[in-house]
Ligand binder design. Structure first.
Ligand code: ZN
Length: 389
């Protein structure tokens, strides 16, 4: 199957290209060229009339969407629902994220992600956020599920590793060598929900911690004599940081400081999305807690933030409006940089020959009009055409 998008404003690796065409063949991008240079008269064309065409979004932290929470039913049907809910906002690929849970739920999540292979292409693997986390930085995680890895967890990893792409853990809560065991099996490790001091985080980075989960939230802060996890994250150019840009989780000034401290490309957007994203309900249950979503904030009765009511397209617009980023850079933080973080730069996150044809069509206000995954359209805004006559 070959077709072309034409007359698009294409976000290519080198920047915006006006009036360009993107040739798609067998689910991959075959070429990017000026629209007038496209010959092959018989090629099906999709005229975008100057609309923006950006790389499909990649979200490393999706707890829920479409009124379902992955923790409640970690199965294939939930993954299909999450994929559809987030496709409305330009997300082409994501990591379903299981927050701290028991062994049975973890096993079910691993099985669901395994079953999604070849059936829900949006799923890039499982993100286990916990259960090896610090009580002092629990957020809304249920401490009843927190534990240290049992002796057999590392051997069990050989079974889990193909499905588990990312583990968020508190370095101070795992035994020596555990982080290296995970990374040796190809699992990416991030520090999060951690009270570690600066020295502990440095040691964990030396063991293979690649990034920081929701920078600033649920971790030891930057202080004068104790730089904490935040200080280590900002100081170490090698560490990636996911950030929740919803205007509630982190003050925009703190995010602007992080942007100045980090090398370009090391900060990426995550949603930490909860069931209301792409859904109808404004309340949901999280463990035994009731969570309300009001004015874009998900919080429990006592006011604790419980994930986000944030979709990726809104995160991109917030990054432009609140952080002063150029549109192209905000879009890369939702696509190119998370692909790089996941080690998947050769397949995703770029409109370049050889990459998957994961594409988002956006209007001038950066609202999503269409979402394409691997050359298949998975979402389009319904436009009401006036009937003639
Ligand atoms: Zn969290």
């Amino acid at each position: 199957m070959r077709f072309a998008f034409t007359h698009a404003r294409v976000l290519a690796p080198q920047g915006w290209l006006d009036d360009h065409a993107v040739l798609v063949a067998d689910g991959r991008i075959a070429a990017v060229l000026p629209t007038p240079a496209l010959d092959a008269a018989d090629l099906p064309r999709r005229d975008l009339a100057g609309a923006r065409l950006a790389p499909g979004f990649i979200d490393c932290q999706v707890n829920g969407g479409g009124d379902v929470l992955f923790n409640d039913a970690p199965d294939l049907a939930t993954l299909e629902r999450l994929a559809a809910a987030h496709a409305r906002y330009g997300t082409c690929r994501f990591l379903p994220t299981l927050i701290s849970s028991d062994a049975a739920h973890i096993a079910a999540a691993v099985a669901a992600v395994g079953a999604a292979r070849g059936r829900v292409p949006a799923v890039l693997g499982l993100h286990l956020e916990g259960p090896f986390l610090a009580s002092a930085r629990r957020g809304v995680h249920d401490v009843a599920h927190f534990r240290t890895p049992e002796a057999d967890f590392a051997t069990g990893l050989d079974r889990l590793a193909p499905a588990v792409r990312l583990v968020t853990l508190a370095p101070e809560c795992v035994p020596a060598g555990f982080i290296a065991d995970l990374t040796a099996r190809g699992v990416i490790v991030c520090a999060g929900h951690t009270a570690a001091d600066y020295a502990t985080l440095r040691a964990a980075a030396a063991q293979g911690v690649r990034g920081i989960t929701h920078l600033y939230n649920a971790m030891s802060p930057l202080q004068s004599r104790e730089p904490g996890v935040v200080g280590a994250a900002l100081d170490d150019d090698a560490l990636w940081c996911g950030v929740i840009v919803d205007g509630h989780h982190v003050h925009p000034a703190a995010l602007r400081l992080a942007l100045r401290a980090k090398p370009r490309g090391k900060l990426f957007l995550v949603t930490d999305a909860m069931p209301p994203v792409g859904g109808d309900a404004t309340t949901f249950q999280l463990g035994g807690l009731r969570v309300h979503c009001r004015d874009g904030r998900c919080e429990t009765d006592d006011g604790t933030l419980a994930g986000a009511c944030l979709d990726m397209a809104s995160a991109v617009r917030n990054a432009v409006a609140q952080l002063g980023l150029a549109e192209d850079e905000a879009l890369r933080m939702a696509s190119t940089y998370p692909a790089d973080f996941l080690g998947l730069a050769d397949q995703y996150g770029r409109i370049a020959p050889g990459a998957a044809a994961d594409l988002v069509v956006l209007d001038e206000a950066l609202a999503v009009r269409e979402t394409w995954v691997g050359g298949e359209r998975v979402f389009a805004v319904v436009t009401h055409q006036r009937s003639v006559g």
